[in-house]
Each structure stands twice: as C-alpha cells, then as structure tokens.
Design a protein around this ligand. Sequence first.
Ligand code: BG6
Length: 461
Amino acid sequence: MKEQQFLWGGSVSAHQTEGGKDETYGMGKSIYDVLPVREGRSDWSVAIDEYHRYKEDIALFKELGLKAYRFSIAWARIFPEGEGKINTVGLQYYHDFVDELIKNDIEPIICTYHFDIPLTLQKKYGGWKSKETIRAYEEYVSLLTEEFKDKVKIWIPMNEQNGCHMPALIFSGMKFDDPDYQKTKTQVIHNLLLANAICVKHIHKKVTDAQVGAMIQYCPIYPQTQHPLDVEAAMKAQNEYNYEVLDVMVRGEYAPRLLIDWKTNGILPEMSEQELKLLKENTADFVGFSYYFSKVTNQEPGKHDLNDLIFGSFVSGKSPFPQNEYLTATEWDWTIDPVGLRISMNELYNRYHKPLFIFESGIGVIEELNEQHTVDDDYRIQYFKEHLEQMNLAMDVDGVPCMGYLTWAPIDILSSGAEMKKRYGFIYVNRNDAELLDMKRYKKKSFAWFQNVIKSDGKEL
Ligand code: BG6
C-alpha cells in the first residue's frame, strides 16, 4: 500500500564510501582502519572518495531520480576518540552533505552506526562489552539529534542489529570456540539493544515528526524437507536469526523462549529492571530490513550460532547451508530469491503490524567497463525487476504497507566482503582493488532503466 510518497532511494555506509581520512580532516580511527583482513588489499582510506565528490554524486542521484538517500555517520569523524572532544570539521562535512541532499530534493536518512566503533573505545573499554561504550554512544547520538533535528526526519540507530555483535566480538579478539564466547555475545547483544533504545529516546524527544526504524538483515530460512523436525528447525532458525533482537526493538521485550534458553545455558546477560524499562519504552516506528538472500536448513545440529554463520558467510562467500535446488545464486553463493522478498514482507508485517522499509537490496557482481565506457548489466535489471514485482505484490495484493525501497548501493562502493571486486551500483566507479585510477563515474545500462522505474513509481519494470 502506497500511503505517502514512496521513497525510492539508495543506501550506503560511511566507511565504504567516504575516504577523507587524511589527518587534516581530524577523523579518528575506527575498527575498520585496523582490520587485519584488509592488509595488502584495497585502499579503504580513500574508498570512493565521497568526502570530496559528494556534490558530483548527489547530482547523479538526482538525475537517477532518487527520493531518499540513507548513509551512515562515522562516529570517529565526529568524536575522534569516541567521546569528549568534537571534530567540528567532521560535523560540518555532514551538515554540508545533508544540505546538498535537501537542495536536490533527496530525503536524507541517517544511520548512526554501521559497525564502525571508534578504535579508542574498543581499546579503552573493550567496545560494546562495556557500559562505558553505551555512555559514549549516548553522548554521540545526543549531539547528532541536536545538530540534525531540523533537517533529518527518518533515522535508524544501527545497521543490521542482528549482526552488530559480530564485528564487535571479532575486534575484541574473540573466536567462536572461546569458552566465554556465548556469554560475552549475549552481553554485547544486550548492550547494543540498550544503545539502540537510547538513540530512539533521543530522536523521539528532539526530532519533531521523527520516524525511527529498527533495522536488521532479514533472511527467510526454509525447511529442507516437509519433515516436521526440519520445519521446526527452520522455525527456530527464523526466531534466532530474524527475530531475536527485532522483537526487542519493536515490541520492547525479549521473547520468553530466548530468556529461557539463555538462562538454561548460563548465558543470561546482566540486565537491570531499569534497563528493561528503557527497552520497553523506546521502540521503533517502522521495521527496516536489508534483503539479499534466503537459506535452507534442516534438523541436523549446526556447529555455530546462525547469526555467526550467516554474517560469517558475507565475508567467506561460502555458507555451510544446504543448497536450494530451485534457486540460482551469485558468484558469492548468495541465492537469488525474489519471492523470498514477498514472503519476508508478509512475515514481518503480520508479526509486528508496523510499516516496513526495505533498506538494502541489490546484487553484487564482478564488472568491468566496456569500450563504450559503460556496463551492460542486464542481469541487474533482471534482478531488480523480479524483486520489485514481488514487492509490488506484497504491497498491492497482500496489503503490506512499505515506506520505500533503497538499493544497495546506487553507486559502486567497497563491498564489505569482496571490496571493489563486487560491484552493486547503477554507476560504475573507475577504481579497482590494486589501483585508485581516476575514480571517474560512468552510468551503467541499469541507470536509465531504474530512472524509468522511479518515474513510473514502480509501475514500469
Ligand atoms: C549489508 C551491510 O549486510 O550487506 C553492508 O549492511 C554490505 O555494509 C552489504 O556492504 C553487502 O555485503 P557485501 O559483502 O556484498 O558488501
């Protein structure tokens, strides 16, 4: 159901786009700057140089017809040490960026945290293991909401809350098999949920007409056979992966089964009455989610938790799940499942009765410019066509309200799993992992196609 203007848009994160890390900009380091896996690989300190090229890119987004743009703010650009001293140059950058979007009639959507915790907080407090980090985050979001309250009306506190704990734990040097991994994990999950609730509180208090979203990586998980134990395994997997934190962010409380499970396994995090009240009182206005693939599971016990496995497969490219014989997959083994999007939308709306917002959707492919300086990405057109058809069915036939559809990403950016090798955009960026080249932007074939989709408000696919 399209109740208000449907927001066709794009979605990116700070560390995958900005660059601008030169000392003159005063930015502190985040955990992404010290990722061991990046060493000797792509240049993350420049990314796609959005810091210097945002006007050019926003002009292209306007030409594409985007109505909304979701980006993240790099915490360490505002607070180089994560707390205390403010970097006014960084703050001014985001004001200029937001003003440029508004000038071009593109609604800015802020995500305050996209896994990039400032390095100082990680070293000083152990990151999200500590309540000190929550306190620092509150200082940061209090400033953001004060600064942008008149300009930005749609916010999400955190990107993919069901995966947030993963980088947080990995950067604490933890391994899945560490004896205290599970206990630390549940405490980190709880702390991140508290931080989310605090951010919701600040936005609701300070931003007039604010719409705040919960945001997760949603993945439909199908049973491998009709054996009731496989069906039960799929149900449990859905609960664990998709609903564990989303229930808290939308309903304000942990599901009883989760608390029973944590208690039984001796991994119940420390949580006070006051904290539970905070969670109860600060819930989301809409349900945002990223949608890339579906998975299949069965009754055989897995070795690790699902969140770890699924988020882990983002980086490894291979997942240990049974194949779905009815679906094809990308080079990274991500299944292409348009119908899964309709299923997800129905599941989410039936469960929460809140409007949805598709925050990330797209296909990552190895691509090169051809002699005409474009990319004939018919597969991308096909991918979006099929997904948007299913989104339309969910909205028009099933009556699911949805606020918008943001593609990940409208322009090529560093992929978190495969850097410049894996491209998502309608706009090609001329750099690769080995060299920065001239960074020029070129329109791919899908640019004109998506432009028309937006013009026709999704009718012409
Ligand atoms: C999402 C993240 O989970 O997936 C993005 O929010 C990420 O940061 C995107 O880039 C796609 O994953 P990848 O590994 O293909 O870049």
